[in-house]
Design a protein around this ligand. Structure first.
Ligand code: SF4
Ligand code: SF4
Length: 447
């Protein structure tokens, strides 16, 4: 078992209460932002009045930092204009009204899985997959230079070229409140071996480790993969998934492999590891074998104000409001609607905001589940934030520099090593808005 002693343990009332699959209908309308990741937006390749089929490409890309967008329902394009996206930005978006038939485009001919790495990456890209997480980027760009570590790793003037030796398949969720990966880790997936094989070929990893939550029994498929591996290069490591942020790659690599990712700007590949969610591995397999476009995404539905809780596969572009309606509406007065998890997600007031690829959860929290802001007080040097920080920073000290606009001192104290997990915020008895101060300082320094 991997051991992670820092971070926080969330109370049960903040966790999703069920990991069962909830049915959701094909929506009547979708709004598809032309950027659903960190990178450049794509350009609309359809016009108002055009008819489209599910899976059809409706935008084109100008560079590698951009991904094509696919129609997620069949129908008519009724609008192309800026809409609020899950990050709160106004982003050019294509609106499609359904024709009620959900007619799919003919998928490309299924090929065998013996593709070379360039073909695999092409398929991943044309399916529109992203790497979900704190920094959602087009998946192919995250994978592409994986055997070439970032160039900031210099030793005596020499680039360190460390090859990937281990593929960690993350069966935990970014936050304990989320549940998609834990749900998938308990199921059998015929496509899983193909996804693992594709990732091993791209990364060059020989060893595979499934990092699973100790509270959720892994499927017999995972256990069989370990048992049947004659080279003994596949294993399962259990981690306390209720501890936050145990599942973030920077922490997970340290917990599972005892390798420390250099910060700031470090990546698992810098220490010879590749970390991908089990959800991503299955999506890669589907892209490689079927070449189908990503038109839906799996998210966690949680919060006591939600009529149903569980795991839902939803069409990309459905609005928060219509998804909540299709799930039976809100059971009690919702005090806060959050896209993402309660720790790192973003509160939304506009229920027309669409669910996009980067969204991991939809939570409707009651007043009892949230802490309302009542202003913050001076730092009392209690050290609670230091105790929980997973990357060993002094959040209280850095926040004092940030609050006094001494951004250079904050940077020297490790500001950019902060992964914005929010654990320090959560425990601070003075209710100091630490992550908010850090984000503001980072923005000021980057400008
Ligand atoms: S300083 Fe950053 S990394 Fe450390 S606990 Fe706070 S938010 Fe997390
Ligand atoms: S937890 Fe809050 S009050 Fe305590 S040292 Fe950190 S910033 Fe200061």
């Amino acid at each position: 078992m991997g051991f992670f002693s820092k971070g926080i343990t969330l109370p049960k009332r903040q966790l999703v209460t069920s990991l069962t699959l909830i049915d959701t209908p094909v929506p009547d309308t979708v709004v598809l932002p032309l950027r659903q990741y960190i990178g450049q937006p794509s350009q609309a390749a359809v016009s108002v009045g055009d008819t489209v089929t599910t899976g059809q490409i409706i935008s084109e890309c100008t560079d590698a930092a951009c991904l094509p967008v696919h129609a997620t329902i069949s129908g008519t394009v009724t609008d192309i204009s800026a809409h609020r996206d899950p990050r709160g930005s106004m982003t050019e978006s294509v609106t499609i009204e359904s024709d009620g038939t959900d007619t799919w485009i003919e998928p490309p001919e299924a090929r065998d899985t013996a593709l070379d790495t360039t073909d695999i990456l092409d398929r991943i890209r044309s399916s529109g997959l992203i790497a979900k997480g704190l920094l959602p980027v087009p998946l192919d760009t995250d994978l592409a230079p994986i055997d070439q570590p970032k160039t900031h790793l210099y030793l005596n003037g020499t680039d360190i070229k460390k090859r990937i030796d281990t593929l960690i398949i993350n069966c935990l969720d970014a936050e304990p409140s989320l549940g998609v990966n834990r749900y998938l880790a308990g199921m059998e997936h015929s496509s899983l071996p193909c996804g693992i094989d594709a990732l091993k070929r791209i990364t060059g990893a020989q060893r595979v480790i499934f990092a699973v939550d100790k509270h959720v029994a892994p499927s017999s498929q995972l256990k069989d993969m370990v048992k049947n591996d004659e080279e003994e290069a596949t294993s399962i490591v259990t981690v306390n998934g209720r501890r936050y942020p145990a599942a973030l790659p920077i922490v997970l690599v340290n917990t599972v492999l005892a390798r420390e990712i250099p910060l700031p700007y470090g990546h698992p590949r810098d220490v010879g590891a590749a970390v991908y969610d089990i959800e991503t591995v299955i999506s890669i397999a589907e892209a490689v074998t079927g070449g189908t476009a990503q038109v839906d995404t799996m998210i966690t539905i949680g919060g006591d104000a939600m009529a149903k809780q569980g795991i839902a596969r939803v069409r990309i572009g459905v609005s928060i409001g219509s998804l909540i309606d299709s799930l039976g509406g809100l059971r009690a007065d919702a005090a806060k609607i959050i896209l993402g998890g309660p720790m790192t997600g973003m509160a939304h007031y506009d229920l027309a905001t669409p669910i996009t690829k980067e969204v991991t959860g939809l939570f409707a929290m009651t007043r009892e589940q949230i802490q309302l802001s009542t202003g913050y007080r001076e730092c009392i040097n209690c050290g609670m934030c230091v105790k929980v920080c997973p990357v060993n920073l002094l959040p209280g000290i850095i926040s004092l520099y940030c609050a006094k606009d001494k951004f250079d001192l904050a940077e020297a104290a490790g500001l950019f090593s902060c992964i914005e997990c929010g654990a320090c915020d959560y425990v601070c008895p003075s209710r100091r808005p630490l992550v908010h101060l850090f984000r503001h300082a980072k923005n000021q320094l980057m400008e």
